[in-house]
Write a protein that binds this ligand. Structure first.
Ligand code: FES
Length: 150
């Protein structure tokens, strides 16, 4: 019985972009209200507001590792605006699917990326439509209602 497909297993066994960028332009940490696991994302952004590097560290499960490995791969090379548009659903689709009970692990990756961009935007005085209403601290206390589970 294969719960996890090959792509997920590959990213879990050999995750990409593990670690922490020194002197990042943005750093975000997010704790999942569902399971309590943590994710940290650091990003490097150039003058054109393009993400040139991203790394993650997680105290999270295999699905969180696979999701953030895939998600960091996806945002490297994207503009900040494009990265803000990266929903957990797109991460899951790119992974070829996750078991329903593990969807929240991809939300952890999405929110950690948003938190890192929030930090970048605050530092550099930028505003983005995709960050409207996003508060990296407030969300940690939220309950299940705004978690995009299937
Ligand atoms: Fe916590 Fe997957 S169970 S991130």
């Amino acid at each position: 019985m294969a719960l996890y497909n090959e792509t997920v297993m590959e990213h879990f066994m050999n995750p990409h972009n593990v670690g922490e960028i020194e002197n990042p332009d943005g750093k975000g940490t997010y704790g999942s209200p569902v399971c309590g696991d943590m994710m940290q994302i650091t990003i490097k952004v150039d003058e054109e507001e393009k993400i040139v590097d991203a790394k993650f560290k997680t105290f999270g499960c295999g699905s969180a590792i696979a999701s953030s490995s895939m998600a960091t791969d996806m945002i490297i090379g994207m503009s900040v605006e494009e990265a803000l548009d990266l929903s957990n659903k797109k991460i899951v689709d790119e992974l070829g699917g996750l078991p329903p009970a593990k969807i929240h692990c991809s939300v952890l990756a999405e929110h950690a990326i948003k938190s890192a961009i929030y930090d970048y935007a605050t530092k550099y005085g930028k505003t983005y439509a995709g960050l409207e209403g996003f508060d990296p601290d407030a969300e940690e206390d939220h309950h299940h209602d705004d978690i995009e589970e299937e």
